[in-house]
Design a protein around this ligand. Structure first.
Ligand SMILES: C[S@@+](CC[C@H](N)C(=O)[O-])C[C@H]1O[C@@H](n2cnc3c(N)ncnc32)[C@H](O)[C@@H]1O
Length: 207
């Protein structure tokens, strides 16, 4: 499926019904999700099992399935988000399993090389600092390749983390996350958050 077609289908994905700020439940916009999975497909990274950590609405997992991944699973610790993801899978007609678990202590152990996709909590809220670091740690454990989204200005941290954990950043690009008003402290109907996405090859990964 072409990137534009993936994006169009992902626009049907429903957002969080009752988003939790403690879990930083912001949905990944359809255009960003489509960009990420399209790139992964072009690099052959969807030919192996795909794990979406902190799957939320399921948009990255479903995008991977639309982009041709034969085996995809989404993991989130929030049952309500998983119910939304399952409803989204039904809406898009994709049989993606969504399982409950802590992405920082994953309940999964792939038997072979896997690709990890994640738009983790950025750890921007007090008490949540370092949340994306823990997700990257899991990506290093489970994946030979990962694609992750982080706060703008994270490149140095991501490169250093990868280097310390047997990985190497092989692609980096800026993304804009359009966020609709969903929490009381949001002062405008829509805001754009500058962010960065990274592809990391881990250990024996294709690099
Ligand atoms: C920024 S949101 C992105 C969600 C999803 N990628 C989407 O676009 O809908 C982060 C997600 O991580 C989940 N999450 C936060 N901490 C988690 C943890 N320790 N284990 C699993 N999921 C977690 C949240 O519930 C939320 O769905």
């Amino acid at each position: 499926m072409h990137r534009r077609d993936i994006e169009r289908r992902l626009q049907e994905v429903a957002g969080f019904e009752d988003p939790r700020i403690d879990l930083e439940q912001y949905p990944t916009p359809a255009d960003v999700a489509a960009h990420l999975v399209h790139l992964a497909a072009m690099r052959g990274d969807l030919d192996r099992p795909v794990i979406d950590l902190g799957t939320g609405t399921g948009v990255l997992a479903l995008g991977a399935a639309l982009a041709g991944a034969p085996a995809v699973v989404g993991v989130d610790r929030d049952g309500a988000a998983l119910a939304t993801a399952r409803a989204n899978a039904a809406r898009l007609g994709r049989a993606v399993p969504f399982v409950r678990g802590d992405a920082t202590r994953p309940p999964l152990c792939p038997t072979g090389p896997a690709t990890v996709l994640t738009n983790p909590p950025f750890g921007a809220r007090r008490g949540n600092e370092g949340a994306d670091r823990a997700f990257l740690g899991t990506a290093a454990d489970l994946g030979v390749v990962s694609y992750s989204i982080h706060n703008a200005g994270s490149r140095e941290f991501v490169e250093a983390f990868a280097a310390d954990n047997g990985g190497r950043v092989t692609a980096a690009f800026a993304v804009e996350l359009d966020v609709d008003r969903q929490f009381e402290f949001h002062t405008s109907e829509r805001a754009t958050v500058d962010a960065e996405a990274f592809r990391i090859g881990w250990d024996a990964g294709p690099g």
